[in-house]
Design a protein around this ligand. Structure first.
Ligand SMILES: Nc1ncnc2c1ncn2[C@@H]1O[C@H](COP(=O)(O)OP(=O)(O)OP(=O)(O)O)[C@@H](O)[C@H]1O
Length: 265
């Protein structure tokens, strides 16, 4: 039977973006993942949360191809990683931004690697800077910028390629609290504008719930999905969101599961 255009569109919307099957990973004598299956939904902001050292970063590093898996398959709409455009924001912006390039050239760097002509590169950088309303002098070099500004540059560098999926590994944990709050809002703003499938590793449960549509709670290793929590509060979310019953109960639920996993030791 032929599917109507609407049915096809609906099927595409609900199909997972990333399918992870049979993923296994060992480091020395520790099995971090053992036959792990998971589907990452399309167009959602998903946080990965779990006990210390359970394998949160390892998971996104394997999905983003930074670490090889020992076994298993990860596909993006059925395609391998090398067929898609993705962005990755590292926790340690000091090591992630190129110190010898200005902010502008840091942001434009992936476009240069992709062979995008200079004029188009400049337009794309200007567009991303304007859309995020970023007030940084883009002629500055990383050593002349604050930590938050450097991390903002690395977020813009990840976004400038119009990624199909964005990975962020504890992107705010090296920033002071004021900058963290500002950057959370920037991330939310990017997400509201683009609805790019986003996978965030966070150590901060309040942050994870506040920013996410979905929270993947992992067990200790070998890590398995303990629960996939839905949090569908409307966006933009604000400080008031965190005082609402739905937020408080979702956070309490995640905390209970987290503590149960931690106690398993
Ligand atoms: N390159 C590596 N070589 C050896 N062991 C590693 C390596 N990377 C990670 N590990 C180990 O694998 C486990 C999972 O690490 P990972 O960083 O993914 O966990 P995490 O949940 O992100 O940790 P954290 O909560 O501390 O950020 C940890 O025990 C860690 O020590």
């Amino acid at each position: 039977m032929e599917l109507s255009a609407n049915a096809r569109a609906a099927a595409t919307r609900t199909a997972p973006h990333v399918t992870i099957r049979g993923l296994s990973k060992r480091f020395a004598d520790a099995t971090i993942y053992d036959n792990f299956d998971f589907d990452i939904p399309r167009g959602k902001l998903m946080s990965v949360f779990g006990p210390n050292g359970c394998g949160k970063s390892t998971l996104i590093n394997m999905i983003a191809g930074l670490f090889p898996a020992d076994k298993g398959e990860i596909l993006f709409d059925g395609q391998p990683l090398n067929k898609i455009k993705f962005g990755y924001v590292f926790q340690n912006y000091r090591e992630a931004v190129f110190p010898w390039l200005s902010a502008f050239d840091n942001i434009a760097y992936p476009l240069k690697v992709m062979g995008v002509p200079k004029k188009e590169r400049n337009l794309k950088v200007e567009k991303i800077v304007a859309s995020l309303n970023v007030k940084i002098d883009l002629n500055l070099y990383p050593y002349q910028m604050s930590g938050g500004q450097q991390q903002m540059v690395s977020i813009m560098r990840a976004l400038v390629v119009d990624p199909e999926i964005l990975f962020l590994d504890e992107p705010f944990s090296a920033l002071d609290y004021e900058m963290t709050l500002f950057m959370r809002e920037q991330l939310q703003r990017v997400f509201v504008e683009t609805h790019t499938t986003t996978v965030l590793v966070s150590h901060d449960l309040e942050e994870a719930v506040y920013l996410s549509d979905r929270i993947l709670l992992l067990s200790r290793h070998p890590a398995r999905p303990v629960e996939f929590v839905h949090y569908d509060a409307p966006r933009p979310r604000t400080d008031k969101t965190m005082t609402e019953g739905d937020f408080i109960s979702t956070k309490a639920h995640c905390l209970e599961i987290f503590q149960r996993e931690v106690r398993k030791g």
